[in-house]
Design a protein around this ligand. Structure first.
Ligand code: FES
Length: 293
């Protein structure tokens, strides 16, 4: 075989690497139980070693803004993304998380003959969705969108600020047309459930962070222009309170062992595999309300 062709056939593409792994998995599945356990233990040990090495590499890159930007570009590569996701070193892509949020409300919508689809994601903070079927033309669709779909998206993706609604496709009809139930959103019952006053909007300094108490829980509210984020006041390292830490350029440093967090995203810059505990948050009039999770 000519050298060029040989090199092409052994090229490390995503597909042929996956095919090689799948072929080996089939071979291993024919081993005895004790042999399979040994192979599995070996695989887990190698995974743990690789994960630790990748975590150290990411930690080092994150401390350099230019390297951080190069790393974000590199993650756009499917292979790099898949391996880092496998090791839980990066969050699922925004579109993946939004699809997960939509999947969580789909059963409610389907029970009313409706559905929702993701039309576009415009990182970092905007998404367009479309209500379909019965939900698209139902007079309660605004409530469905606001209290069902938007809520689900914001809980899973707190960085999303804008949720745009694409116009309905022709033919959307309310399944219960003519009956009183036609105008009831599937989320109407739970629309206001669980939201708690946390603070006045003006009490949260812009580009700053404040600590507040809600029903005995200590939370952090940070503000970036119109966007508010809410986290449990507990470090992802050892759960100790984060208030009292230094907050600079959107980054909060834990006063105990100096773990650092980017408060707009909740991402931990020190250990990429951990994140702050996020709570749903909304601005209602002059108030900031949270739903504790
Ligand atoms: S408890 Fe925050 S860094 Fe250890």
């Amino acid at each position: 075989m000519p050298t060029q062709e040989r090199e092409k056939s052994t090229e490390a593409t995503f597909d042929n690497l996956l095919a090689r792994i799948q072929a080996l998995e089939i071979e291993v599945s024919s081993f005895s139980e004790s042999e399979r356990n040994t192979v599995n233990a070996l695989r887990l040990s190698i995974d743990a070693l690789n994960k630790e090495a990748f975590a150290r590499l990411i930690r080092a890159l994150k401390s350099n803004p230019a390297a951080l930007s190069a790393m974000k570009d590199a993650i756009k590569d499917d292979l790099v993304y898949s391996v880092l996701r496998h090791h839980e070193l990066i969050k699922p892509a925004l579109a993946e998380r939004i699809e997960k949020a939509l999947a969580s409300v789909r059963p409610f919508l389907e029970s009313h003959g409706g559905d929702v689809e993701l039309i576009a994601v415009e990182p970092p903070s905007s998404v367009t969705i479309r209500l379909k079927g019965a939900c698209s033309n139902c007079p309660a669709s605004d409530l469905t969108l606001r209290e069902g779909v938007e809520k689900a998206i914001r809980e899973v993706c707190p960085e999303i600020v804008e949720i745009k609604r694409a116009s309905s496709l022709p033919g959307g009809q309310c399944a219960s047309s003519g009956q009183a139930i036609a105008f009831i959103s599937p989320f109407a019952d739970q629309s206001e459930a669980g939201w708690l006053f946390a603070a006045a909007f003006e009490a949260i300094p812009d580009a700053g962070v404040g600590v507040f108490d809600v029903q005995g829980r200590s939370i952090l509210l940070s503000r970036f222009g119109e966007k508010i984020t809410c986290y449990e006041n507990a470090c992802a390292h050892m759960g100790m309170p984060l208030d009292g830490g230094v907050f600079k350029d959107g980054i909060l440093t834990c006063p105990h062992h100096q773990f650092q967090y980017h408060l707009e995203s909740g991402e931990c810059l020190t250990a990429p595999e951990v994140q702050l505990h996020t709570h749903a948050v909304r601005v209602k009039g002059k108030d900031v309300e949270v739903k504790l999770s």
